[in-house]
Design a protein around this ligand. Structure first.
Ligand code: FEO
Length: 168
């Protein structure tokens, strides 16, 4: 049986994942305003991924015979000054989420709660990808700068991203 403490942290993670979706949607809105629709698309798709993550915790908690506890959160930041800053913040946010997932894994391992360990292993792997994606794009932006032809090419590249629910 899942412990009260672990359940509480899992519930908090639902909120963190939905907050991530909101944060990325705020980033998408910034790019719409900047007429960079490909970047906006990238963050809209990222927001969908985050909702998928939130629902994965929701379903897991339900499957454990517990009631998911849905809470609210503060407004996300939305005063971005450049594409580069957005990706710096997005990478920082993913690193924060990785820390939260690792804390959950520590708890699950301490409790020897194998269903949670199995779920969290999926998230540990997913976070490696999430950080890599943001990190690579940040490097590209650092290379091309926040204006000019390079940025428009990157914008075109990101317009092609679509949401496919991750395996697992
Ligand atoms: Fe749900 Fe981007 O981590």
């Amino acid at each position: 049986m899942i412990s009260k403490e672990l359940l509480e942290k899992m519930n908090e993670q639902i909120t963190h994942e939905f907050f991530s979706a909101h944060y990325y949607l705020a980033m998408a809105a910034y790019f719409v305003e900047e007429d960079l629709d490909g970047f906006a698309n990238f963050f809209k798709v990222q927001a969908e991924e985050e909702r998928f993550h939130a629902m994965k915790f929701f379903e897991f908690i339900s499957d454990q015979g517990e009631m998911p506890d849905i809470k609210g959160f503060k407004d996300p930041r939305k005063d971005f000054s450049s594409p580069r800053e957005v990706f710096e913040l997005a990478l920082k946010h993913e690193q924060l989420v990785t820390g939260l997932i690792h804390d959950l894994m520590d708890m699950a391992q301490k409790d020897r709660h194998y269903p949670s360990i199995s779920l969290l292993q999926w998230f540990v792997d997913e976070q490696v990808e999430e950080e890599a994606t943001m990190g690579k794009l940040l490097k590209k932006i650092q290379r091309v700068g926040s204006e000019g032809a390079g940025l428009l090419m990157l914008d075109q590249e990101l317009a092609a991203r679509t949401f496919t629910p991750p395996a697992g």
